[in-house]
Design a protein around this ligand. Sequence first.
Ligand code: DGJ
Length: 725
Amino acid sequence: MSVKYFEENRIFKLDSKNTSYVIKIFGEGYPLHLYFGAYIPDVNLTDFEKRNVYASFSAWPEGYEPYTFTPDTYPMEIGCNGGADMRIASVQIRNSDGNAVTDMRYVSHKIYKGKPALKGLPALYANTPDECETLELTLRDSVTGAECILLYTVFEKHSAITRSMIIKNTSEKSFVIERAMSFCLDMNSKDYDLITLYGRHYQERDFERRPLAHGTQGIGSRRGSSSAAQNPFMALISKNGNEDFGEAYGFNLVYSANFKGEIEVDYNNSSRVIMGINYDDFGWTLEPGDSFYTPEAALVYSNEGLGGMSRTFHRLYNNNLIRGEWKNKKRPLLVNNWEGTGMDFDDEKLLNIAKWAKETGIEMFVMDDGWFGKRNDDTSSLGDWTVNEEKLGGGIGSLVSRVKALGLKFGIWYEPEMISPNSDLYREHPDWCIHVPGRKGSIGRHQLVIDMSRKDVRDYLFNIMSEVLEANDIDYLKWDFNRNITEAGSALLPKERQKEFYHRFILGTYELMDRITSAYPHILMENCSGGGGRYDPGMMYYSPQIWCSDNTDALSRVDIQFGSSLCYPASVQGAHVSASSRSSYETKRNVAMWGSFGYELDPEKISEEARNEIKTQISDYHRHYDLIHSGDLYRIISPWDDPYRCAWEFVCEDKSKVLLTVLIKFQKEPQNFFIRLKGLSPDKYYRLEETGEVYSGALLMNAGISLFNMKRSDGYSKTFYFEEV
Ligand code: DGJ
């Protein structure tokens, strides 16, 4: 049993394989957070509740003995706005009287096997009801009739918990939710470093580490999407913690729109972590009887440093987030024409790429942007999702059949959430774009964003996409999203509900993605957003693959892949070899193999030598596919620790196969260079394929292998494959 309730002292204990999480209902229903960390037995759990309360400015609730309890210094499961808890609030509801004082107290709870779906939202799921257990804590504000149901699901085998909240209006009057964070976690210490992933187009998910300081710090997006600027992921790691040692807490929001993750360190040196929908410019009117669902967050704890945390996320997401036919199916090795041709193509040019792909051993051809409307550059046609016959004379049908006749699968590109001002769709429906009355809009990449909160818009998109998907044997769909949302507003929402827009937009996108993936379950969807701008678990629920970055230069792309690996598994990482990169084809391949592999080039524009080399690369990709996609990742040398070289390693579940990749980014003076492997079995013996030499696992992990004579030129990389003997 992962969730236990001890009635005598009103304690809930949520246990997974390696972790415990303890909640206590205190006094008149205050939900206290007592503990989250490494597993502890069920003994003397109440000791945690003793806190410093002697501070004149921290108020206690009327009726309590002075200085015995204050919500301001006690760790809470929910941060209520406007009362004695003066830290950042996780819930704020403006009631019909106009004030926003919110006071949530325990009324009841439910414990059950399995995990509920979250209406309209992506969420982790249980493959079988026994895989996880859920606690629902119902809290109520007796003055406003607002209820908060806190949901906790324990994934026992993965040492992970998901948290979310449902707000219900049980009163007779409407109220406005001004803040509804997915979770609130009060920690007893400030002795952590905060790790986040920041970036931009071409430099997504760069690693950043900083010590926690008093006051509020954190991350967020107001861009309408999770965005490359800051990923909805945060980790707290003990000050001396690193890749292999120390306590690491990972927090990842399963959401793809405006989010916020904040940590406030208070005067008691406690740290409050909250994460959820960004409350800036957010408001949601909840009518009597209605409910509001927050997105959920995945919480992972590891006492084996960042590496342990990452591997837990990877297993959890591979098993309980990625869905559908492609979950465990080998993804086709693809070639995409974007970097090779841009929009300058016709069917003959595309067929040439496809023919080369077939001869080379590639399994799928993907036609990127530029096949529809009058699209020859990025100034027009988004929304006009009918084929451009000047480019594809026989229509999509003819191209698909010719590609299929070669024995390849076929993929197609869409950017459904966008509309070009220069499009027939815009001329017909100017009000379908996101806009506010009386103001000129801001244009990004010459395009506007279509109003996904509207059902008529979503129906149009579903129908027009279906015409293509029904009539043709399409195997793959690349779903792109290439600008931020500005001047946010919908023509159909009343003025008092305009603050709901951003959330309604993403609910609309999720609904359309759900319709498409349900209607065409065999289609492999790959998400994309100007590279990896929507690389978040919300999107991973719909698309088991996400294009990681438009940066295909192996030497800087590798940093993006290291950053992404903090919480996202290799299986979702779209990674291609292109012609534009600085390094050799071998290095490009070695880096791109860490993901869902493919090529992105025009074979006519590369040398014969390069074409021949590519032919030899593919067998290794097939050979190591399972190891990379379902093995455990160990970061051996990370870019945030060493700017000159990096190394990563995959180990299969039974520890019998190991693939190590070492990359010299920039040459340094010759020096000793030992790589110590990780995650092997110390008692096993491993043969290095290249030399036939046999090493003990203990030696490889403790002494390491010496690479003093490895070539050290800029951009040189090498793989080392070991198998148990
Ligand atoms: C941005 C994507 O990241 C690229 O891969 C490509 O699909 C272009 N959009 C097409 O416009």
